[in-house]
Ligand binder design. Structure first.
Ligand code: NAD
Length: 363
């Protein structure tokens, strides 16, 4: 009987467990035109459209395409799925008798669709049209925030049935948002090689995802509207999201969630400051994976190479720039609960990671 390989041993020799998640991906310039066909193929008769603020024009196009299958629309979503916003969306889904939801936007829009599907008594199919690189569209992970605290969980009902990636929709994603969102996706790829659920199949996605994301970021910086670069980035985000879906999270993501939840730091940017420092201590414990990630990144040193990539993209590489104080970094290290990791997670180790991330010290 194969057993999970555990942190740092993602090789087939040790045996592994990998669950393939069902879902269909359509990627290409102009793929937006295919959304109504995909909805029809799923057998959805009454589709509720959920769109982030910046995607209203795209939602208009989809509304027209859907014709009789259009059931209603929610414009505007909020970060981290506040429960009032989720309750409003649930009521709207019931009111229009929706049997499917089309979510257009980043992780916040897709998160809202997931919150509705999770609690629906009927089977609600989600079609996701992502416009950032956060990767939520590829995972069965949901989250909802009530009374200042975010609850998350995993449920197959929230996994989108179809994901339509159209690079045209991301051509005008601002440079700053692009760079931070790519850093978030890169964190999914890098951490996927050392979580307790790491496995060789997930590692394939993670390594190829890093190659596409790092290459796409270098391409898009001088040419933000370049469709090849934007296609590479969406391809990388898709692989990164699927790696996150099967590998789950580890030390890096848990630190980012603690910092985001306690000190209200911005989700995507926090990854850029913390990831190089976690890679500096963890990667040497998984030498084969480290070498594969370095080849994908195009650097002889994973941690330093990530730091340089983020700095070149002008994503903040220190927590100080995000408004954290040094005392808060030390306080967070004290509050952090140990987690499964290739090397033991002690308070000293976490303090070292967070004080370096606070100062933005290049690994
Ligand atoms: P987001 O969805 O909040 O979008 C960020 C901002 O960018 C918003 O103001 C949005 O309107 C704007 N925007 C989005 N696309 C745009 C475009 N193409 N052009 C111009 N502006 C655009 O942020 P996000 O980083 O995509 O998602 C973050 C959320 O997703 C967090 O709540 C995070 O916890 C969650 N998340 C969940 C998972 C999961 O598996 N469940 C995975 C990753 C992230």
């Amino acid at each position: 009987m194969p057993r999970p390989v555990g942190p740092g041993r993602a090789g087939p020799e040790a045996g592994f467990v990998h669950t393939f998640l069902a879902g269909r991906v359509v990627l290409g310039a102009g793929a937006l035109d295919l959304v109504a066909d995909e909805v029809e193929s799923l057998g959805v008769r009454r589709a509720l459209v959920v769109a982030t603020k910046s995607a209203r024009d795209t939602a208009d196009v989809i509304e027209e395409q859907l014709g009789d299958r259009f059931a209603g629309r929610i414009d505007g979503v909020a970060q981290h799925v506040p429960s009032e916003v989720a309750d409003h969306a649930r009521a709207k889904a019931r009111e229009v008798d929706a049997d499917g939801i089309i979510a257009i936007g980043g992780g916040s829009a897709i998160g809202l669709a997931k919150a509705v599907a999770l609690t629906s008594t009927d089977d609600l199919a989600i079609v996701a049209v992502p416009t950032t690189y956060a990767g939520s569209e590829m995972t069965p992970v949901w989250g909802e925030t009530a009374g200042g605290s975010k609850t998350t969980g995993t449920d197959p009902r929230v996994l989108p049935r179809v994901v339509v990636y159209d690079p045209v929709l991301t051509q005008h994603l601002p440079k700053k948002v692009t760079a931070a969102s790519v850093a978030n996706a890169i964190a999914h790829c890098v951490e996927a090689v050392w979580t307790p659920k790491a496995d060789p199949i997930t590692e394939l996605s993670a390594v190829e995802g890093l190659r596409a994301l790092a290459g796409g970021l270098r391409q898009v910086l001088p040419e933000p509207t370049d469709l090849d670069a934007r296609s590479n980035l969406l391809y990388g985000a898709c692989l990164a999201g699927s790696a996150l879906a099967t590998a789950g999270t580890g030390l890096h993501h848990k630190l980012c969630h603690l910092l985001g939840g306690t000190y209200n730091l911005p989700h995507a940017e926090t990854h850029a400051a913390v990831l190089p420092q976690v890679a500096r201590v963890n990667a040497p414990a998984v030498p084969q994976s480290k070498a594969r990630l370095e080849a994908a990144l195009g650097s002889a040193d994973l941690a330093g190479g990530l730091f340089d990539l983020f700095a070149a993209a002008q994503v903040p590489t220190s927590l100080k720039e995000l408004g954290l104080t040094e005392d808060q970094a030390v306080e967070a290290a004290k509050a952090f609960k140990p987690t499964d990791n290739p090397i033991p997670v002690t308070e000293d180790l976490v303090r070292e990671i967070l004080t370096r991330a606070w100062a933005g010290t290049r690994p």
